[in-house]
Design a protein around this ligand. Sequence first.
Ligand SMILES: [Zn+2]
Length: 263
Amino acid sequence: MTTFLNSLQTANHETPDIPLEQSCPVDGRLETCISDKDSSRRGFLRMAMCGTLTSLVTAAGIEFATPHPVLAQSKLSPDAALQELMDGNRRFTTGRLTAHEQDLAILKQNTIEKQEPFAALLSCADSRVPVEMVFDQSIGRIFVTRVAGNIVTPEIIASLEYGAAVLGTRVILVMGHGNCGAVKATIQAKEVPGQISALFPHIQPAVDQAGPNLEAATKANAKIQAALLRQASTVISSLLKEGKVKIVAGYYEIASGVASLLD
Ligand SMILES: [Zn+2]
């Protein structure tokens, strides 16, 4: 895990896909790459440049329309944001969904010019985990990153940093799920085609820790990825210290639809 952490913390200096002319000329400092027209914008960039958000900005050419250091647009506390997620999952499992009707109204109003998500999710790409539906959340409410095995990579960190530091998400839920194919394949350690095996080193620490039981390894993986996220992101760790965000690990049971917390 230490090796992974080191690679994640230094990833913004090693990301190979960034074109040379977009990468920063001096020790990866984002500030030096962008014209200084807006002092408040520079303030945010100063805060963000230490983290892997640098990779996101330089690779994608993202412009921040809202330059404040931490917008915290949601009025919810981190605990209340987590409660809102779990309340939504209760509506989902008891068949009292409300988000769908709200979505249709939102689309009719056509007023989605900005997003104000109160929560962020790191979930597996598995098609049986429809995140917005699982938490009964309408358009614009949750900031979702998905990758097989819900693993923490530099790109995932960058996305979640953007969610927390710019959009003001108050809780980040790292959620594994039942019968996860990525964890199962890591346990089996068989030869697989293409680049699928690139997932395995990320998940292997959980298998080493929990053994070959799929559910135990999946839950261990969610906790390990949450811990990695806490440590690897300088942006998020400072928000954690200030009590502006919390990171929790969870597990989604496909058969019942119940999402439960692991921490
Ligand atoms: Zn999965």
